[in-house]
Design a protein around this ligand. Sequence first.
Ligand code: SF4
Ligand code: SF4
Length: 113
Amino acid sequence: MTQDSEKPNAAGAESGEPAAEPKPAPKRRQRGRVFINEERCKGCGLCITFCPTHVLERASRFNTRGYHPPVATHPENCTGCDICGHFCPDYAIYGVRLAEPGKPKESKDDDKD
Ligand code: SF4
Ligand code: SF4
């Protein structure tokens, strides 16, 4: 019998071809990182308000000065734009861009070209 050598086209997905597995969603590269010095913070909230990708929220805890510092609740969204650092009156927060794979090192001057 030759039933294993050819199968009818009408079988569709059961035609012997392995079913294509769904590709996993590509992992998004994290572009930046935010650093927070909680003890310098006076809780004004400017960094939280002006972060364009909504990385930051007000922490429920207090720092030793009695203020609620920001906390990065969505660090994966940080682009390293440093807008938070530009608005902070107390130099308590800043962002840095992370190097792309294959690039030698991170630099704030990458965008100036
Ligand atoms: S802008 Fe600076 S002082 Fe104000 S909440 Fe953010 S880190 Fe604290
Ligand atoms: S560096 Fe930019 S994206 Fe990251 S937390 Fe600061 S303002 Fe938000």
